[in-house]
Ligand binder design. Structure first.
Ligand code: PLP
Length: 301
């Protein structure tokens, strides 16, 4: 599993599958074809998540699939960020494609559901039995909500992407930001592979804040009126979640130091979101202009 794996999936690997004798190895998501060196005849499954959670590293999925299949392992992809609209794992010979429908498909932050898609009949039977034995099920109401969400999903995703790009443009001119993370940006390490394999981008991106502003974060977040704090994404309301992904990375060499804010852009008007960010960021700007305040913040860290 890539070290950029969705956090709760990593927990499940360690605390649920581990005790059952299923051993997981965490790998650098940028290994691509180099993953071959980690595979042996005990490897059953290679998990990919591209782009990765929070830091959005793009993986060369076709190269990983080629290496895994050569070693006799299956490949599963968490395709939640892109969804079936922007990336089709099965078309790249991935064996198992999963997606949290709670995000883009549900689209309103009020649904918990996921999907698993495979081509192989025997694999399908095995997965369906496992879901039944583990007691997985979804309610008819949730299915109806998901179906309704699917009808507006392309429009919502296009809107969120366009708004995200205007917000990233604004952020790129801000001195508070150390690094913007989104594969649509030409200087993102995954940009070339993203362009080759994906039909577009989702309105979920991150930025690294300058480390000396860390102590001011909660004040700035508290000033936001439209953006809310939240770990989910793909809904109608724009959300921010704050984390420190460098803690889980083996080789965060390309990632600048500082807290990471992940933004999920919703359906609000872009000007309103920019105004909200701008008034909250005034606090950061003020601190940067005022060296003394920054020194205080640093001492408080
Ligand atoms: C949210 C998310 C999931 C799990 O979604 P839930 O339906 O909320 O459990 C899995 N993978 C990724 C990448 C996600 O962002």
């Amino acid at each position: 599993m890539p070290e950029t794996l969705y956090g709760p999936a990593r927990d499940m690997m360690a605390r649920f599958l581990g005790p059952l004798g299923i051993h997981a190895v965490s790998y650098d998501p940028r290994l691509d074809a180099g993953i071959a060196a980690l595979l042996d005849d005990t490897t059953r499954l290679v998990w990919v998540e591209s782009p990765g959670s929070t830091t959005l590293e793009v993986q060369d999925v076709p190269a990983i699939v080629a290496a895994a299949h050569k070693a006799g392992a299956l490949v599963a992809a968490d395709n939640t960020w892109a969804s079936h609209l922007l990336f089709k794992p099965l078309d790249h010979n991935v064996d198992i494609s999963m997606q949290a429908l709670s995000k883009h498909a549900g689209g309103h932050g009020d649904l918990l559901m996921g999907s698993v898609a495979v081509r192989d009949e025997a694999l399908f039977r095995g997965l369906k039995d496992t879901a039944r034995f583990l007691g997985y099920g979804v309610s008819p109401e949730d299915c109806a909500l998901c179906e309704r969400g699917l009808m507006t999903m392309p429009v919502r995703m296009r809107h969120a992407d366009a708004t995200a790009r205007s917000i990233m443009e604004w952020l790129s001119g801000r001195t508070e930001i150390a690094q913007l993370l989104h594969p649509s940006l030409p200087d993102h390490p995954g940009h070339t592979v993203w362009k080759r394999d994906f039909a577009g981008s989702a309105g979920v991106f991150s930025f690294v804040l300058r480390p000396e502003l860390a102590a001011l974060q909660s004040k700035v977040l508290g000033r936001m009126r439209l953006f809310r704090l939240g770990a989910s994404w793909g809904g109608v309301h724009s959300l921010i979640s704050v984390s420190d992904p460098r803690r889980d990375r083996l080789a965060p060499d390309w990632l600048k130091r500082g807290p990471v804010w992940r933004l999920s852009i919703g359906l609000e008007a872009s000007d309103d979101l920019l105004a909200d960010l701008s008034q909250a960021f005034d606090l950061f700007a003020e601190a940067l202009r005022n060296g003394a305040a920054l020194a205080d913040a640093k001492a408080a860290e």
